[in-house]
Design a protein around this ligand. Sequence first.
Ligand SMILES: [Zn+2]
Ligand SMILES: [Zn+2]
Length: 187
Amino acid sequence: MQTLRINVVGLLKEPAGGVRDHVIQVAGATVALMAEEARPLRDLTGEVRLLRSPRSIFARVRLATDFALDCRRCLEDAISPVKLEFDAEFFPSVDVVTGLAVVIPDDDLAFVIDHNHELDLAEAVRQELLLALPMYPLCDPDCEGLCPTCGANRNADPCDCDDSEPDPRMASLKGLFGASAGTDRPS
Ligand SMILES: [Zn+2]
Ligand SMILES: [Zn+2]
């Protein structure tokens, strides 16, 4: 299945307890549209199990992919594997037998199956993706970042810039050790 839309007309006609399993594979280019600045490195793949309940369809979603984000220190790629594991409930908007409109529960968390009986996982997946992506991506926990003087990437190119401008946190540490520690500033 190349999209996150699943036609559930057959499952809607079944009594509660009916189950369908679907294999999901969504192209990285499609995932990119949902993931803001994160860049998918491969397709989003996995599976979804749909379970008919008396009033709805429960979707149990298990998907994974890998993203590249900008490292917050050096701007190189920070690779982030993402696993999505969540359940969502989808309510029919029309009765599958009579074609009449169905009142959808007034619930912010409820998703709606459209009048063509298509269940669209895209919005639920988008919300989960944004929660799963790291807030502070780093290419490596020990990333040295960019030199504030010359802009060199210190991971690849340890430059010779004078780094004597004390970091304010270090300055206060030196204060703790007493004035005799002095400073690196040229006098
Ligand atoms: Zn980095
Ligand atoms: Zn430098």
